[in-house]
Design a protein around this ligand. Structure first.
Ligand code: GLP
Length: 241
């Protein structure tokens, strides 16, 4: 794993956006794997700036998002589809049909999950996969577990995750208890994985991810097996490395 230490959130966002913008410029038909959470918001702001001020063209780009809350539809303001529209898609020239987020309202979970993995495979995997990390070491919504799960699947969210994400909802009781998440196979299809982290609350998970054993109790630790991972993190998130 290559680690880039940044002085602050703005630097992390700029550095990440620069890499993504370079890919979009060099490979206009690229496939971007995207993430939600507060960490990538600054990166998305920078990409919007590249589009508005420097004509970065997203018209041939395809995106696949990591996950979606189960039970939330695209109109729900805390759904990840809505998050992506608000923070990126509505502000760049990507055709709506090129953007993919798992369907949180599906009545056929097994089929939706299988189709999502087929979609990623049919695209030839992602060129860059952006990922954040949960305080508990989750990536996407792959929670600490006794095994790593390969396929896109429905997952019960950890109490820790529900608490951490409650800040986005009116109350903790409003946070969905389940989500549909990409599993490790589709995440690993990426040619390059950019893992972002900001904040001292991520320091322990980052240290265990980089230095610890590969352990499904710390899902991000499996990234040690991917040949091309770059961690772009604000220095306080690297304090224990
Ligand atoms: C959610 C998402 C993850 C994200 C994590 C961290 O649980 N499913 O993809 O990495 O939150 O969020 P934040 O960036 O707000 O710390």
């Amino acid at each position: 794993m290559h680690v880039i230490s940044c002085l602050d959130y703005a630097e992390m966002s700029r550095k990440t956006a620069r890499i993504i913008a370079a890919l979009v410029q060099l490979k206009p038909h690229c496939v971007l794997g995207l993430a939600t959470g507060s960490t990538p918001v600054g990166t998305y702001k920078e990409l919007i700036r590249y589009h508005l001020e420097e004509d970065l063209d997203f018209s041939n780009v395809t995106t696949v998002n990591l996950d979606e809350y189960y039970g939330l539809g695209p109109e729900h303001e805390q759904s990840y589809r809505c998050f992506m529209q608000r923070n990126l898609f509505d502000h760049i020239n990507i055709p709506p049909e090129n953007t993919h987020v798992p369907d949180g309202l599906t009545r056929d979970v097994a089929r939706t999950c299988a189709e999502y993995d087929n979609l990623v495979a049919s695209l030839g995997g992602t060129d860059i996969q952006l990922v954040g990390i949960g305080d508990n070491g989750h990536i996407a919504f792959n929670e600490p577990n006794t095994v790593f799960v390969a396929n896109t699947h429905l997952v019960d969210l950890d109490e820790d995750t529900i608490k951490a994400n409650a800040r986005f909802f009116a109350s903790e009781g409003d946070v969905p208890r389940q989500a549909i998440t990409m599993g490790m196979r589709s995440i690993f299809s990426a040619k390059l994985i950019l893992l972002l982290a900001s904040g001292p609350n991520k320091a322990s998970a980052i240290a265990r991810m980089i230095k610890g054993p590969i352990d499904p109790q710390l899902p991000a630790s499996i990234l040690q097996l991917h040949p091309n991972v770059v961690v772009i993190a604000v220095k306080e998130a690297l304090a224990l490395v």
